[in-house]
Design a protein around this ligand. Structure first.
Ligand code: GDP
Length: 363
């Protein structure tokens, strides 16, 4: 489950990606993550872990992590094979969601590929490449479905859907702007269209504008566009992020509070990305370690247990569960048990974000 960083040249992608890799999580904790030069693994910030560490006097804190994939080199004409166009579009196909960096800072020393800063134009340039690539894929699919339709009339519905997608793309709109039923959504998901992938727009602003806490005109443009796609916008200053990523935790807190910021742009982006991927965390806690585990929203208790160990899933008996807030209110697990706040949940329980769980299982 990777987030792919895309954007035109010279908008601040590498600066942001460097901040990602420097802030990088200890990879020993994340054996599932890919170790490649253009993949960065970062911890998902979660203040609840610190609270649990103090409660349990734990030796170790292990946050969960997500991966960013640096997809540099996307340019105008990529869908027609300009530059290494097809390769980059293929890279985007592999990611679960897109982080689109948009330049919202003026700096005469930094050349803009189009000669001037224009966030909306830049967004459209990139989006059109993805749309062109999708259009090709949809047209091929329409041809195929038409042939199959002769033998199987039930495909008419899908053909109608494909034609609807095609119209939207031909209008220059991303597939994610389509109004779909739940069933249609599932079908379109399988096509793996680039312009259907969930997206976050990162408005990269100057140092001054970041500290001003006001949206400049360029950020407003990005927000207006994002709204048409129901997408989120995260405002950052890549330059400041790259400075922050050099600092340890304590220095970082101090630096941010001096700037009047409550959290770093990267932390905001990580949290937004985690949510965008439909992910959430449940927690385990004890004197050895407190730890966050990533699951998809809607995951049931045995499958959540399987994230820790396959034996936990196979031999699942029950999940002793309490919400983080209830645990904190009670003050300790012992007190929470005395108050009857710890629930015994079975195999159909849908795990909630922030559940603190102890799994019971047969070996
Ligand atoms: P990429 O081509 O999108 O990867 O862009 P880079 O990250 O290499 O950035 C291009 C240039 O813009 C570099 O010289 C950066 O130092 C500069 N830059 C990136 N972010 C900022 C920013 O927030 N403010 C300013 N003033 N310059 C930036």
């Amino acid at each position: 489950m990777k987030l792919g960083i895309v954007g035109l040249p010279n908008v601040g992608k590498s600066t942001l990606f460097n901040a990602v890799t420097k802030a990088g999580a200890e990879s020993a904790n994340y054996p599932f993550c890919t170790i490649e030069p253009n993949v960065g693994v970062v911890s998902v910030p979660d203040k609840r872990l610190d609270v649990l560490r103090d409660m349990y006097d734990s030796k170790k804190v292990i946050p969960t992590a997500i991966e960013f994939y640096d997809i540099a080199g996307l340019v105008k004409g990529a869908s027609k094979g300009e530059g290494l166009g097809n390769k980059f579009l293929g890279n985007i196909r592999e990611v679960a969601a897109i982080v689109h960096v948009v330049r919202c800072f003026e700096d005469e020393n930094v050349v803009h590929v189009e000669g001037s800063v224009g966030p909306l134009r830049d967004i459209e340039t990139i989006n059109l490449e993805l749309i062109f690539s999708d259009l090709e894929l949809i047209e091929r699919r329409i041809q195929k479905t038409k042939k199959l339709l002769k033998g199987d009339k039930s495909l008419q519905k899908e053909l109608d859907l494909l034609e609807r997608i095609k119209e939207t793309l031909e209008d220059g709109k991303s597939a994610r702007t389509l109004d779909l039923t739940e069933d249609e959504e599932k079908i379109v998901q399988d096509y793996n269209l680039l312009s259907f992938k969930p997206i976050i727009y990162v408005a990269n602003v100057s140092e001054e504008d970041l500290l001003d806490h006001k949206d400049n005109k360029m950020v407003q443009e990005v927000r207006a566009h994002a709204q048409t796609e129901n997408a989120e916008v995260v405002v950052i200053c890549a330059k400041i992020e790259s400075e922050i990523s050099e600092l340890d935790d304590e220095e970082k807190e101090q630096f941010l509070s001096e700037l009047g910021l409550s959290e770093s742009g990267l932390d905001k982006l990580i949290k937004a990305g985690y949510k965008l991927l439909g992910l959430m965390s449940f927690l385990t806690a004890g004197p050895q370690e407190v730890r966050a585990w990533t699951i998809k929203v809607g995951t049931k208790a045995p499958q959540a247990a399987g994230k820790i160990h396959t034996d936990f899933e196979r031999g699942f008996i029950r999940a002793e569960t309490i919400s983080f807030d209830d645990l904190v209110a009670a003050g300790s697990m012992t007190a929470a048990k005395e108050k009857g706040l710890v629930r015994l949940e079975g195999k159909d329980y849908v795990v909630q974000d922030g559940d603190v769980i102890l799994f019971r299982f047969n070996v």
